[in-house]
Design a protein around this ligand. Structure first.
Ligand code: NAP
Length: 283
């Protein structure tokens, strides 16, 4: 019998804790915690993400500063804004919604965000610190997965973990977090030979591929813990993950659903990182 890991419930519990931390910060320091959110252009998906992030800030009492820039903003104008936010003491976290329009250099923009305000955890310095297992701001989605495992009292130490996907924002930091927690980690990608054999050997499978129902029941060993990061649409346009949930679930000891699994944790970890950044700046 499998146990469903309820990301929605874990996220709600964490948001209550974050709300308390925000109130305590205000009482101790006499000021708000602030997050600046920068959106360039009118990408509809990005507009939804930004709206949800601002709403989540409001719910926990974090002050958000939103900047909506036209798609034809120049690199110099965007750089100027990020530099201003970098120097602003009321801003503890800076988030630039990606992707940026093609004429803008995202790496350059991200490099202007001070490491202490990089609440997405995308900067080279934060990623380097993660590799060195030092205190840092960690990318929200993989950090959310670790929180889910922690809340379920799943000790990853010594377990064989297979991460499928090696993107800079999910797969790589996910692998590093599991390694830092003493799992034995294998990272698979599109050039991996015999993915099925790797998966069958795994105690924990984290799927971050971006292909609907890609992980099928024959790829999963009895009792495996399966974490589905994917957000896809199936052939009927219905939201689904990278895991063929209905057929895989009975083989698992734990499994995350889509929707309601990893998804709700991502914005929660952004709020968590913003509070962490504010507390560190105050210290
Ligand atoms: P990505 O940058 O497109 O990376 C996908 C990874 O999957 C790549 O490393 C790719 O390998 C690998 N891959 C592709 N086909 C494969 C195959 N046949 N076998 C094995 N590996 C294969 O995607 P991402 O940004 O990491 O996101 C992955 C998924 O997570 C997407 O569905 C995305 O929507 C979702 N996501 C969800 C959240 C959330 O909040 N829940 C947040 C972020 C992303 P190569 O490197 O060799 O190309």
């Amino acid at each position: 019998m499998y146990k469903l890991i309820d990301g929605k419930a874990i996220a709600a519990e964490m948001r209550d804790e974050i709300k308390n931390a925000v109130t305590q910060f205000r009482a101790r320091h006499g000021k708000d915690i602030g997050l600046a959110v920068v959106l360039v252009g009118e990408n509809p998906a990005s507009q939804v993400y930004v709206r949800n992030k601002i709403k989540a800030c409001k719910e926990v009492g974090i002050k958000s500063f939103s900047y909506y820039l036209p798609a034809n903003v120049t690199q110099a104008q965007l750089d100027g804004l990020i530099s201003e936010l970098a120097a602003d003491n009321a801003v503890h976290g800076i988030l630039v919604q990606l992707p940026l329009p093609d004429h803008l250099d995202a790496d350059r923009v991200l490099s202007l965000i001070p490491v202490s305000k990089d609440v997405d955890g995308f900067s080279a310095e934060n990623i380097g610190k993660l590799c060195l297992n030092e205190h840092c701001l960690v990318a929200c989605t993989p950090n959310g997965v670790m929180k889910m495992l922690e809340k379920e009292n799943i000790d990853v130490r010594g377990k064989k973990a297979v991460v499928i996907g090696r993107s800079d924002i999910v797969g790589k930091p996910m692998a590093m977090l599991l390694l830092n927690a003493d799992a034995t980690v294998t990272v698979c990608h599109s050039k991996t030979r015999d993915l099925k054999a790797h998966c069958l050997d795994a105690d924990i499978i984290v799927a971050a591929v971006g292909r609907p129902k890609f992980i099928t029941a024959d790829m999963v060993g009895e009792g495996a813990i399966v974490i589905d990061v994917g957000i896809n649409r199936d052939e009927n346009g219905k939201l689904c993950g990278d895991v063929d949930f209905e057929n895989v679930k009975e083989k698992c000891s734990y499994i995350t659903p889509v929707p309601g699994g990893v998804g709700p944790m991502t914005i929660t970890m952004l709020l968590f990182n913003t509070v962490t950044a504010a507390e560190r700046s105050a210290d």
